[in-house]
Design a protein around this ligand. Structure first.
Ligand code: FES
Length: 179
């Protein structure tokens, strides 16, 4: 029995209380107090966990994309990607999923394909000029990688490209702070 339980309404010690009160020692008013206190505790814990998760995702994203001197990598042949099509690749490491999209005859864009909200995979909607994250309906501008709707606030990492010798090459990754 807790200290609060021992404060009985009629002032008699707990041992002299009727059986029903011993079985249910918390009064309605106290019960509401406990519920509010527990709710406040729960809210603080959930907020702290959420903030920690966001910081962890941000740091992970920054450190994983920092691959100084990552060598250029051939992503595909130009002929492999028709206008309006997209292909998935990984750059600068095998743990970094990216999307290459051909917007026009000579126009290619590529981005890290993990949503900057909570890292779900984004999907190209080339005809609508955007990338969509299905998890919480986040949208990014296909031309720039900037968030245009939904929860994401940060731009997708931009993979810089070079077209040479009939191939499309990834040559680096620019994070939001560098764009
Ligand atoms: S993970 Fe993309 S909008 Fe939430």
């Amino acid at each position: 029995m807790t200290e609060r339980d021992s404060r009985t309404p009629d002032g008699r010690p707990p041992a002299e209380q009727p059986r029903w009160r011993r079985d249910f020692p918390i009064d309605v008013a106290e019960d509401a107090y406990v519920a509010r206190r527990d709710f406040a505790k729960f809210s603080v814990l959930v907020s702290a966990a959420f903030a920690t998760g966001q910081i962890w995702l941000l740091l992970r994203s920054i450190f994983r994309r920092r691959a100084p001197g990552a060598p250029p990598a051939r992503v595909a042949s130009v002929t492999d990607v028709p206008v309006g099509a997209a292909i998935a690749f990984r750059y600068p490491t095998e743990r970094d999923p990216c999307l290459l999209v051909r917007r026009g005859k000579d126009e290619f864009v590529a981005y890290g394909s993990e949503c900057t909200h909570l890292m779900c995979a984004v999907l190209p909607e080339v005809e609508k000029g955007r990338l969509r994250c299905p998890c919480h309906m986040g949208f990014f501008d296909l031309a720039t990688g900037r968030p245009i709707a939904g929860p994401p606030r940060r731009r997708l990492p931009v993979v810089t490209l070079e077209v040479r010798d009939g191939g499309i090459w990834a040559t680096g990754v620019k994070l939001e702070s560098e764009q």
